[in-house]
Design a protein around this ligand. Sequence first.
Ligand SMILES: [Zn+2]
Length: 233
Amino acid sequence: MTNTGANRPGAAPIVAAVRREFPADPEAFRAAITPGTVEAVAEVDVTGLELPAGVHVQRLTIRHVVHGGPESSVIVWGDRTYRACPRCNEPVAVEVVDCPAFKNPNDGQVWSTSHQHGCGGWLEVAWGELGGDASEAEIMAMVVEVAEWRAERIGEEKVRIRKRLLRELAEAMDAPDLDDALTGSEVQPGVFMADNGHPAAWDYHPTDEDATLIVDPDDVAKWRKEQAAGHAD
Ligand SMILES: [Zn+2]
């Protein structure tokens, strides 16, 4: 994720925000343009945003230890795109409930929280930071960026799993005794004998626990043809 940095509010967006708040009342509009109210009016209510599945937004607000004023940043983050720790392979939660960053009151900077797994491996979380005055459009642009990044990564992971399943099933089909080569069952991922009497290989979807990926001998035949033609690895 790119970090867009924390820009302090400029006069124009604040005035625009206050005008939206008090469109027909010039008195209230003028009264609202004070340093105390400007920040509150200009801030987007991030809890009211409509977000795609797997993406979260939170506003972090601190009281700066040097200038004493409130200062906020908006953090956009995505759920994980994998279900197991890349290092120890133990299952991990796909959903990242807690904000993966915090704002340091000493310098106002936003830092990543620790995403270290018990084994010492790092559980990657994609997140981005926007200034506290970010508009709804700016926030939603980053939401879309994170959602697209996730979709891409999940797609890549599905391709990787499918290739592994094709290799596993091909290996089992080539074994002298297929029964000995079965590595899974209907409830255990791996190669198993399907109801139709043919072997198949399956594993879980990278993020959706209710979905599975499965390949059968037809898929292996197609894959082998592609390999022979040099189109697959
Ligand atoms: Zn681990």
